[in-house]
Design a protein around this ligand. Structure first.
Ligand SMILES: NC(=O)c1ccc[n+]([C@@H]2O[C@H](COP(=O)([O-])OP(=O)(O)OC[C@H]3O[C@@H](n4cnc5c(N)ncnc54)[C@H](OP(=O)(O)O)[C@@H]3O)[C@@H](O)[C@H]2O)c1
Length: 230
């Protein structure tokens, strides 16, 4: 598949999530994309001329190698240890599915990979969550896409129906510190989901080769995420 900046096909993994659904809106509205393929484990019941929504079993991702043609792959898959039920089940989604999904995209022709990771992602981290995130980042880099963009948001701010205590506490503490100065939080600033999605789609139009890591400080909108946003 050739490098092109128009008439592209986007593959989106995680389209039903908080970040994924914002990405889906951005991709469907963007002129550079003529198709958006968004495989999910349950049908999305969303109609759009550009949208294809194959329902797949993520345990069988390998079977889709070469069958999902695309230029850009956006990955916003993820779970929590609490939701998944165990550390192993968490790792299956946040490492296995992500890396296998990226490989499937590469065999389908993707030359750009845009991954939602997390602030603090680090293979050496003593925390399981950030260490898995770091391992995933390294594995994605090793796949050698022409361009790899890794986004490391802070706690996500958006309209999530589900109540997540950790997320709420993170937003509350961040807001307190931000009142003093956003610089204190640096790459642990909270990230507005709509801004993240827009910056991810913009990055894919930049057509810059190599690996680029976008920390939370670079994911702030012009004005800091305001209290009304939470
Ligand atoms: N929450 C935060 O504050 C925060 C902060 C920094 C980074 N992040 C990271 O940002 C990424 C996106 O977060 P988010 O809040 O948008 O996630 P989310 O709302 O929980 O959505 C996750 C997506 O992954 C899919 N998924 C989860 N388990 C799956 C499974 N077993 N099989 C197939 N699909 C599965 C979900 O599909 P279903 O709808 O079918 O479940 C959904 O599309 C994650 O990697 C997360 O770790 C989050």
């Amino acid at each position: 598949m050739q490098l092109t900046n128009s008439k592209k096909i986007a593959l989106l993994l995680g389209a039903t999530g908080l970040v994924g659904s914002a990405l889906l809106d951005e991709l469907l509205a963007h002129d550079a994309y003529i198709r958006v393929i968004a495989p999910t484990r349950r049908p999305m019941h969303r109609q759009h001329d550009k949208l294809e929504n194959p329902v797949i079993n993520f345990d069988e991702l390998e079977e889709y190698a070469g069958k999902l043609p695309c230029q850009d792959v956006f990955i916003a898959l993820g779970t929590t240890i609490k939701k998944a039920g165990s550390k192993e089940a968490f790792r299956k989604v946040d490492f296995d599915y992500i890396v296998k999904g990226a490989l499937v995209a590469k065999t389908g022709g993707a030359n750009q990979c845009l991954l939602v990771s997390s602030s603090g992602a680090d293979v050496e981290s003593r925390f399981f969550y950030t260490s898995v995130k770091g391992q995933t980042e390294e594995a994605i880099k090793d796949l050698g896409f022409w361009a790899t963009h890794i986004f490391q948001p802070g706690v996500l701010v958006g309209n999530r129906e589900e109540f997540r205590l950790g997320e709420r506490i993170g937003i509350g503490v961040s807001n307190l510190l931000r009142r003093i100065s956003p610089e204190i939080l640096g790459d642990y600033n909270p990230t507005k989901v709509s801004v993240l999605a827009q910056k991810m789609v913009d990055a894919a139009q930049g057509m810059e080769p190599g690996v680029q890591v976008h920390g939370a400080m670079s994911l702030l909108e012009d004005k800091a995420v305001s209290d009304e946003d939470i």
